[in-house]
Write a protein that binds this ligand. Structure first.
Ligand code: PRX
Length: 632
């Protein structure tokens, strides 16, 4: 396989990169102190290290000032945000001055509704301007935003509102997905009515995306636009401690309960800014398009905080890649002269199916840097993206990171690190990955193992909301002295990392993390099902698909599969719908009662030769029964 490497007008050369890596290793405190100066502080921090409770502990700042106010003098009239609606002729451009005014208006509306520092505000929106504006308005007041993905079910929303103790919700009447309408407000209404005794939501502010009316509850719900129009366009910014939470973002792990990952202010913002500049080779004039929804960490760090803290221009697109036709994204790149395009392998796989001719009808020569995130990318998809979309000219960054890391950790740096197709390549300067064996021994050289991170970095999550013990047991205790990522990786003879996927029970469906335990908990609430196990298997389009084995109370019940699917989509959301539900008489278990997922995975994938030693199973005969059921 060739090893593309494009040098040219990039910020860093290979020797600059080596120098940064060496400085970060030899004198980390000085290195991070320097990186901290990329922010505007009210009180600059006197030290740059992780105190155990966050970075830059005695520094104070405001994140919205860093994304807006400090750019007003130098680039107030520069476009900060291009919002492209579903319709090609509907574009809104906001300069930094406009965005600042809109954020202040939103902050004043929130303040008039009693929101102040430390309060939690949920944002549940399609890709409309109010999402970015709402996040920055919370940051301005020191309120903690909790962005909820639009695909969550009412149950999933209710759990997150309750856990976070959210006081105010910003939602929309509907979202537009092509010709379809997504019922945001009625979904939120259902969530709010599920377990009202666990909730603290006082106000629901509703953005009108279309003019479709929705039910409004008097005393709780208000349309947002008229409130914004009346609000003052200036608003003082709260001075926050660097270690104060900026946001909570829920993600999945090995337990059924989603974890509210808490990110701090100064450390997180330093990391978003540092990595956005380094990895995307940020330069004046760039138009940065990250296709992620703001409901995920990629949307937080690379739609909002990274590019705006660096004074960039971001593009938000309301529509989908496939509507009204599969050339839509290429048309958006052409129309808005996008320079930097960051998306998911899932999207690339889908677009690749449309062939090479379609993208070639568009002028994509504005592109300079292509990026992917969220799941492993195959060499075939990598090469297609590089060649057909990037014309073989662009730097390509396959970026590995996770919600908990706050920003990119392992990735090529354009012009400085030679790419290898489908490898996340090398750690960024200041990041120290290690590979461990099952016993926790550090492995050297070319090898494969569990991926951990040594030392801390400014973007590291502070804790899990309401559950610091879970933070310790999930990340810090499994391999004492190292931070456990949950991923496995291979390191080659050049020290390059190749991510092999999760080593825990987390399934990655189209780049969305779903815990096996979340699916199994959803099924435990369905009376017709006694017991279940969810596993991930390879899927051509989604990366991984979910397969469920379920034991029924009454196997003759005619609609068990449908009941199971309904239980999962109701508790988690449609994005967690399984590919297949197998109703089985029992699950393969060890004598101590543990489900043997490895076997279930192999059977679901049809890999029934060499299933290994079955003598440790409580009932080895169940294996043949499962094979017969799966092979139908
Ligand atoms: O398994 C890894 C996979 O996505 C997980 C993190 O998911 P989440 O917290 O939702 O964040 C996604 C966006 C950062 C990781 O533990 N992952 C992420 N990036 C890559 C990846 N797997 C392979 N290659 C990547 N570039």
């Amino acid at each position: 396989m060739s090893t593309p490497f494009r040098s040219g007008a990039f910020r860093l050369s290979p020797s600059d990169y080596r120098a940064l890596t060496d400085t970060a290793r030899q004198n980390p405190e000085a290195y991070w102190q320097t990186q901290g100066t990329r922010l505007e502080w009210v009180n600059a921090p006197s030290s740059a290290q992780d105190t155990g409770n966050g970075w830059f502990a005695d520094g104070t700042l405001n994140a919205s000032v860093n994304c807006l106010d400090r750019h007003l003098e130098t680039r107030g009239d520069q476009t900060a945000l291009i919002w492209r609606a579903e319709e090609a002729d509907h574009v809104v451009r906001l300069t930094y001055r406009d965005l600042h005014a809109r954020v202040c208006q939103m902050a004043n509306v929130l303040r008039a509704h009693g929101i102040s520092r430390g309060d939690r505000v949920a944002i549940h929106l399609p890709t409309v301007l109010e999402g970015v504006i709402g996040m920055l308005a919370c940051a301005r007041l020191g309120a903690i935003h909790v962005v909820l993905f639009g695909g969550f079910s009412p149950e999933a929303i209710a759990d997150r509102l309750a856990d976070s103790g959210t006081a105010l919700v910003i939602t929309a009447n509907v979202g537009r997905r092509g010709a379809k309408r997504i019922p945001f407000k009625t979904t939120m209404d259902s969530a709010l009515s599920l377990r009202p005794e666990t909730l603290f939501v006082r106000s629901v502010l509703v953005v009108s995306v279309t003019d479709e009316p929705v039910p409004m509850q008097a005393g709780r719900d208000e349309m947002l636009t008229p409130l914004l129009e009346k609000a003052e366009a200036s608003c003082p910014a709260e001075t926050m401690a660097s270690t104060d939470p900026l946001f909570l973002l829920y993600t999945s792990g090995s337990t059924g309960k989603p974890k509210g990952i808490v990110h701090g202010t100064g450390g997180y913002l330093t990391w978003a800014s540092y990595t956005h500049e380094l990895v995307f080779d940020h330069q004046p004039g760039d138009v940065f398009w990250c296709t992620a929804d703001i409901g995920w960490i990629t949307g937080h760090s690379y739609v909002v905080y990274g590019p705006l803290s660096n004074g960039g221009t971001i593009l938000l697109f309301e529509g989908m890649p496939s509507h009204p036709g599969p050339g839509r994204w290429w048309e958006v790149i052409q129309s808005h002269k996008v320079t930097t395009f960051y998306t998911s392998p899932t999207a690339i796989r889908a677009l690749m199916r449309e062939g090479n001719e379609l993208p070639r009808q568009y002028d994509l020569t504005s592109l300079r840097v292509l990026g992917t995130v969220g799941e492993p990318i195959s060499q075939e998809a990598w090469s297609w993206f590089d060649d057909v979309i990037g014309g073989g000219r662009c730097a390509f960054v396959d970026t590995w990171w996770q919600t908990e890391s706050g920003g990119i950790m392992i990735s090529p740096v354009p012009g400085a690190v030679k790419e290898k197709p489908a490898s996340a390549t090398l750690p960024l300067p200041g990041v120290h990955p290690v590979l461990l064996d099952d016993k926790g021994q550090v492995l050297d050289g070319a090898t494969e193992g569990v991926l951990c991170l040594d030392g801390s970095w400014p973007g590291r999550a502070l804790t899990i909301w309401n559950d610091d013990t879970l933070f310790q047991t999930t990340y810090l205790r499994p391999y004492p002295g190292h931070y456990f990522t949950g991923d496995g990786a291979r390191r080659d003879e050049d020290g390059y990392y190749w991510i092999t996927g999760r080593v825990d029970d987390v399934i990655n469906v189209s780049g969305h993390r779903i815990g096996s335990a979340e699916i199994e908990d959803a099924l435990a609430a369905e009376h017709a099902i006694v017991e279940s196990a969810a596993i991930g298997i390879p899927h051509d389009l989604k990366g991984q698909g979910i397969v469920v084995y379920a034991v029924a109370r009454d196997p003759s019940h005619p609609e068990l599969e449908m009941l199971a699917v309904r239980a999962i989509t109701a508790k988690v959301g449609r994005y967690a719908a399984p590919e297949k539900v197998y109703i089985v008489p029992d699950l393969p278990k060890t004598r101590s009662g543990k489900n043997v997922r490895r076997l279930m995975r192999k059977i679901a994938c049809g890999e029934t030769d060499g299933l290994g030693d079955l003598s440790t199973l409580a009932d080895p005969e169940i294996v043949d029964v499962l094979i017969r059921i799966v092979q139908g």
